[in-house]
Design a protein. Sequence first.
Length: 285
Amino acid sequence: MDKWAEWLLKKRFGGNEEIYKKTMEFMGAIRDRVLEAAEIKEGDTVLDVGCGDGLLAMGALEKVGANGKVIFSDVSESCIEHCKQFATGNCEFIVAGVEDLSAIPDASVDAAVIRSVLIYVDDKEKAMSEIYRVLKPGGRFSFFEPINSFSAQDKPTDKMTMLGVDLSHIPEIYHKIKAYKDSERSVNTPMLDFDERNLLTKVKDAGFAKVKMIYEAQIDSTYHQPPYDSILHSVPNPNAMSLHEILDKALTAEERSVFEDFVRPRMHLTPVTMRQALAYVSAVK
């Protein structure tokens, strides 16, 4: 199992049932909105780019009917093999990244859908041009992406805060964790190199005739994080590490004990500010 499948099927939940339920409710709502905006009809050929665990593609299968087809594509062979176990109907499976869909002929797809894929792609312009190429004239493109550059704004740089807890009383431990996290940050650059405006521009510049975005953003200063043990093993994305792994890499056993004894009882005392922005984009070739 590669890192993509391992994260999708295991690590993002960290074995926590509460995180699993909330995540799947959130993902289910996203699936419904993306598929609705794609205006999928019976008999359509639908391409799910970066299908992952098959959330969008499985939903599309219900809409295309017996005369339609759904193409599952993903850079992860492990994800494709996972989807093959559950998909029924007229399906095609392709191991391919969004930047190279050469296995799919020009103008052969009625609708293309994406969920949280472009955040891992360096060349987003190439990805847009590939999707444009495979769509038929009048074909629909519908996708969802989190705008992580918004979520990362206004995080204090002059305070020793982690998990909403002031670590100025244990500064050496704070700096060791921060130094380790900073050294790993470059792998997540594609997640932060765009905002909603240039994402919209990239779609337009690919040649799409009609482009629409629904942008949702919120700032909640009353947000209380899950308990420490609930987030210890969960992982935010396939290129990231769990808090458990970070602490093991950055600290000695004694330092980790000091950190956990300090943070665990303080995490729920003060709410933190939660920033979130989401973009739903639809376009027509």
